[in-house]
Design a protein around this ligand. Structure first.
Ligand code: G6P
Length: 620
C-alpha cells in the first residue's frame, strides 16, 4: 500500500531509488516518482502508471545527486494521475515528502494552511504534510525556535508530525540541507538500512538488502535524521532514543525471480521448501511434541484458555477459518474467526481466558493491527502468526510464531497461506496434546504433518495438466468453488485466487449451501470446482457434484490419489496424495493456486500486479 524508498550516501541516488521502487512495486503500482536534491533545488520527476513509465522519463543519473526520495503509489486520496503522484513539494519548493499511510485530519490542516496562503496542487493528504513542514520551516519566529544542535528542518518535521492524525511512513528532504534525510513512522512500516557511509530508508527490507543487511526498525512515533556525520533517532516528542541494530534475515536471492516468469509461480513452486522451513525444528517426532519457541512461555495460559478468537483479512482469514476448525477438532476449544475489519468496529465480548490470534503475512494490515489493539485494550492475550519479521503485528502481539517462508512478493498470497495453515495445525496439535488429544493421536498428526512438503511436490508435478484445464475453461466468466468441512475454506481461497488475478467472477461456498440459492446460477458449461477428497463428507459432496452435473455444469474435481470411483463425476480431474482430512487444505489449495495462475496468464494479465490490489493494505 504505497512503497517508499530514500537514499543518502556517496553514490548516485537515482538508480538506487529506481531499483528500490521496483522491489516495492508490489505495494502499489498506479503511479511513481522520485525527487533528487540538485544544487540547492529539488528536482521532481513523477508520472501515473508503472515504474517502467517513470524510468523512461529519467535522464542519465548524475553522480553528484547523492540524496533522493522515491515512491510507488496505491491511490487513496485523489486519482492516480501525475499531480497526485509522490514526491510532493511544499508551496515554497524547499521541502519534498514521500508518504505511505493516511492523514485523517488532512482537511482541517489543509483549510488552515490555505488560510495562511499555502498553495495546493494535488488532491492528496500527503501534500498537507509537505506544506505543513514547509510552513513551519519558513515561519519559526515567535515559536519555540530550534534549540542548539537541532536545525530548523528537523524541528519543522518534528512539529508537523505532532499535528498529524492518522498513519504515516515517510521520508523528507529539504533543498537547504543537501546532506540530510529524515524518516518517520506511525502505523506504516519504515526501516533504516545502515551501509558503509550510506543510508537507505524503505517501507520494507527488500529495497535495502542489496545495499546492507544492517537495519533499524522504527517504532510508531519515532523519527530518524541521517547525514554524512551519522544518524540519530528520537521520538516525535523530541526524546532521544537508542535503537537496536538488527540483521535483515533474507538474502537477495530470496527476492529474485530466479528464472521463473512470475513471483506467484515461484512462490507456488517454493511451497515444499517453504513448509520445510516453517516446520523445521518444530516437529519433535521422537517425543511426539511440537516446539513453538515464540509462545513457549504462554502455554500454561493457552492451555487453560476458554476461547480463541482469530483475526485476519483476505487469504489470511481463510487460513484462520481452517485454524478454527483445527482448534475445535484437535484441541476441543471454542474458536471463532473474525474479519479484523468487522471485529475492530464492533463491541466484541472478550472474557477472561480469551486468546486472540492475529494471522497476517505482511504483519502490517491496518485492520488486523487495529483489531489487536482493540483486543489488548479489553485484556486479551494476543498471539501473532506472521511472516515478516519485526513487522508491526509481530511487535504489537504478546508472543507469536513466525511463518519462516521468506519474502512473499506476488500480490496473490500462496506460500504464506499454506504456512499459516501449517502453524495453526501445529498449534492445534500441541494444544490438543496438552488438553485431551492422546499422545498416540498427536504423534500421528505430527508424522503426517512432516510428510506434507514431499506430498506438495506430487501436486506441483501436475502443473502442465492443470494448465490444460485452464486452457479449456478460462474463457468462462462465472465459476463456483465448492468444498465441505476442512475444504470449505479452501473453496473460498480458490475462488479468491481466481478473482484477484484472472478477474473472473468466482464464488466460493460450502458445497451444501449451493442448493440454497447459488444453484440458480448454474448454466450449461459453467465451471464448478469441487474439492472432493476422501474425507468424512465424501459421499455428501458426490451428491453435490451430481446436482451440478444435472444442470449442465462442468466439474473440475480435486480428488484423492487412487480414487477410481470419482472419475465418472469429473469433467477434469486433479489428484492429491491422501492425508488426514484435518491436514488436507495444505494440499488441496495447491491445484487451485496453479489453476488461477494459468488462467490469469492465459487471459493476458499481470499476475504479480493485479489491477486495483496491493499486497500490504495499510489503510482501513
Ligand atoms: C491484501 C492482499 C491479500 C492478503 C490480505 C491480508 O488484501 O492482497 O493477499 O491476504 O491483504 O494481508 P496480510 O499481510 O495481513 O496477510
Amino acid at each position: 500500500m504505497c512503497g517508499i524508498v530514500a537514499y543518502l550516501g556517496k553514490k548516485a541516488a537515482q538508480p538506487i531509488l529506481i531499483e528500490g521502487l521496483k522491489r516495492l512495486e508490489y505495494r502499489g503500482y498506479d503511479s511513481a516518482g522520485v525527487g533528487l536534491i540538485q544544487g540547492g533545488d529539488i528536482k521532481i520527476i513523477k508520472s501515473s502508471g508503472r515504474i517502467s513509465v517513470l524510468e523512461e522519463m529519467l535522464d542519465e543519473p548524475n553522480s553528484g545527486d547523492v540524496l533522493g526520495i522515491g515512491h510507488t503509489r496505491w491511490a487513496t486520496h485523489g486519482e492516480p494521475n501525475t499531480a497526485n503522484a509522490h514526491p510532493h513539494l511544499d508551496y515554497t519548493g524547499k521541502i519534498a515528502v514521500v508518504h505511505n499511510g493516511i492523514i485523517e485530519n488532512y482537511n482541517t490542516l489543509k483549510t488552515w494552511l490555505i488560510s495562511k496562503d499555502c498553495k495546493f496542487k494535488s488532491d492528496t493528504d500527503t501534500e498537507v504534510i509537505a506544506n505543513l513542514i514547509g510552513y513551519l520551516y519558513s515561519n519559526t519566529e515567535g515559536k519555540d525556535s530550534p534549540s542548539d544542535g537541532q536545525n530548523r528542518f528537523e524541528w519543522a518535521v518534528q512539529h508537523a508530525l505532532n499535528e498529524l492524525v492518522g498513519t504515516y511512513g515517510l521520508a523528507v528532504v529539504c533543498a537547504d540541507f543537501p546532506d540530510m534525510l529524515i524518516g518517520a513512522k506511525k502505523g506504516s512500516p519504515l526501516i533504516l538500512g545502515l551501509g558503509d557511509n550510506e543510508f537507505v530508508i524503505a517501507s520494507d527490507a527488500s529495497a535495502i538488502v542489496e545495499h546492507t543487511t544492517q537495519a533499524i526498525y522504527l517504532a510508531d512515533n519515532e523519527m530518524v535524521t541521517a547525514s554524512s556525520k551519522g544518524f540519530h533517532t528520537k521520538t516525535i516528542d523530541n526524546i532521544e532514543i537508542h535503537k537496536e541494530l538488527k540483521q535483515i534475515e533474507f538474502s537477495l536471492d530470496a527476492i529474485e525471480l530466479n528464472g521463473f516468469s512470475h513471483y506467484m509461480l515461484k512462490e507456488i513452486c517454493e511451497q515444499p521448501k517453504a513448509l520445510k522451513m516453517c516446520l523445521g525444528g518444530r516437529l519433535d517426532l521422537r517425543d511426539g511434541r511440537i516446539v513453538l519457541g515464540g509462545i513457549g512461555k504462554y502455554w500454561r495460559e493457552i492451555t487453560r484458555a476458554k476461547r480463541v478468537v482469530i483475526n485476519a483479512c483476505g487469504t489470511a482469514w481463510h487460513a484462520g477459518l481452517i485454524g478454527e476448525f483445527l482448534l475445535e477438532q484437535l484441541a476441543r476449544i471454542n474458536t471463532e474467526t473474525e474479519y479484523a475489519s468487522e471485529f475492530r468496529y464492533r463491541n466484541p465480548v472478550i472474557e477472561d481466558g480469551t486468546i486472540v490470534i492475529a494471522v497476517s503475512q505482511s504483519g502490517e494490515t491496518a485492520d488486523t493491527l487495529a483489531a489487536i489493539e482493540q483486543a489488548r485494550e479489553r485484556g486479551a492475550t494476543v498471539l501473532g502468526i506472521v511472516n515478516v519479521v519485526g513487522s508491526s503485528i509481530a511487535r504489537s502481539t504478546d508472543a507469536g510464531v513466525y511463518l519462516r517462508v521468506g519474502p512473499e512478493i506476488g500480490v496473490a498470497s500462496t506460500k504464506a497461506f499454506t504456512a499459516q495453515v501449517a502453524v495453526l495445525a501445529m498449534l492445534a496439535i500441541e494444544l490438543g496434546r496438552r488438553r485431551h488429544l492422546s499422545n498416540e493421536s498427536a504423534r500421528f498428526y505430527i508424522e503426517e504433518l512432516s510428510k506434507i512438503p514431499e506430498k506438495i511436490e506430487k501436486v506441483l508435478a501436475q502443473s502442465e495438466d492443470i494448465k490444460k484445464i485452464a486452457e479449456a475453461t478460462c474463457q468462462r466468466e462465472n465459476w463456483l468453488f465448492l468444498g465441505r468441512g476442512f475444504n470449505y475454506p479452501v473453496a473460498l481461497e480458490g475462488a479468491l485466487k481466481l478473482k484477484e488475478i484472472s478477474y473472473i467472477h468466482a464464488e466460493g461456498l460450502p458445497a451444501a449451501e449451493m442448493k440454497h440459492g447459488p444453484i440458480a446460477l448454474i448454466t450449461d458449461g459453467m465451471p464448478a470446482v469441487f474439492i472432493a477428497t476422501r474425507c468424512s463428507q465424501y459421499e455428501k459432496i458426490i451428491g453435490n457434484i451430481e446436482e451440478v452435473r444435472a444442470r449442465g455444469g462442468k466439474t473440475i474435481v480435486v480428488a484423492s490419489e487412487g480414487d477410481e470411483d470419482i472419475k465418472k463425476y469429473a469433467d477434469h480431474l486433479i489428484t492429491v496424495p491422501q492425508v488426514p482430512e484435518e491436514l488436507q487444505p495444505m494440499l488441496t489449495v495447491i491445484p487451485l493456486q496453479i489453476l488461477a495462475y494459468h488462467a490469469a496468464v492465459l487471459r493476458g494479465h499481470d499476475v504479480d500486479k493485479p489491477r486495483n490490489l496491493a499486497k500490504s493494505v495499510t489503510v482501513e
